[in-house]
Design a protein around this ligand. Structure first.
Ligand code: ADP
Length: 211
């Protein structure tokens, strides 16, 4: 994180003399407390300094890059996931391709009754079958999708870090976000409640950068 010259000066002061009050900092810099308020907000929000009521500001000892790592572990998939785009396993390949275009996603999840996860369709799955010369208006996606139990998924309370590692490890673009639920046949299934993709991670990084 890049601090301004004045913020660096405040940080040094807090490191050397903390705990130190806002009034004392303002006095040393010959500025008013109101002028310093945005700087103090940035320094406390970034986590490098902490404020204790009636005591003052003190150095937290945390480095900003350490804080980014902490954030990756702390923030859960639930906070960054998108709405899933799903089709039924009887959906024809042609309609799946159209859905991919109209919904503007790279991965479709195939579900049965009750939103229970059954399969995954990627861009290349659909390209391959389309190039294969099949009658894609009459061919259901169920015949070519990647299906359970081979699907890699994540839960809402899993960390962004762990979910991102699954994308890398399995060389895939997206994970269905699921929760366990009783299926139509009485057995337990995985209900699709979200989509976690490379785009979500990119947005997460851009948001951190803008904070
Ligand atoms: P693309 O086909 O565009 O390269 P992916 O890398 O995501 O997209 O998909 C590669 C293969 O992995 C496809 O056959 C797809 O069905 C499968 N796949 C995609 N996502 C998952 C997932 N979450 N779990 C298991 N297999 C997946």
């Amino acid at each position: 994180m890049q601090f301004s010259k004045r913020q660096e000066a405040i940080l040094e002061m807090v490191k050397d003399e903390g705990p130190i009050t806002g009034e004392q900092i303002a006095e040393r810099l010959s500025l008013t407390r109101a002028t310093l308020r945005p700087d103090m907000a940035i320094l406390t929000m970034s986590g490098v300094i902490s404020a204790r009521p009636r005591v003052g500001y003190f150095f937290s000892g945390k480095r900003p890059n350490l804080m980014l790592a902490e954030k990756l572990h702390e923030v859960k998939v639930d906070a960054v996931k998108s709405v899933p785009v799903v089709v039924n396993d009887k959906c024809m390949v042609y309609d799946a391709v159209v859905t991919m275009f109209t919904e503007d996603v790279g991965t479709l999840f195939v579900v049965k009754e009750g939103g229970i996860l059954e399969g995954v369709l990627s861009r290349k799955d659909l390209l391959k079958i389309t190039l294969g010369g099949h009658e894609i208006h009459k061919l259901p996606v169920g015949v070519m999708m990647t299906r359970m139990p081979n699907i890699i998924y994540t839960y809402q309370d899993e960390s962004v870090w762990d979910a991102a590692k699954k994308l890398l490890l399995h060389e895939i673009d997206a994970l269905p976000v699921v929760r366990t639920k009783e299926g139509p046949d009485g057995g337990m299934g995985l209900e699709v409640v979200g989509r976690f993709s490379k785009t979500n991670i990119t947005r997460f990084f851009v948001d951190i950068g803008e904070e």
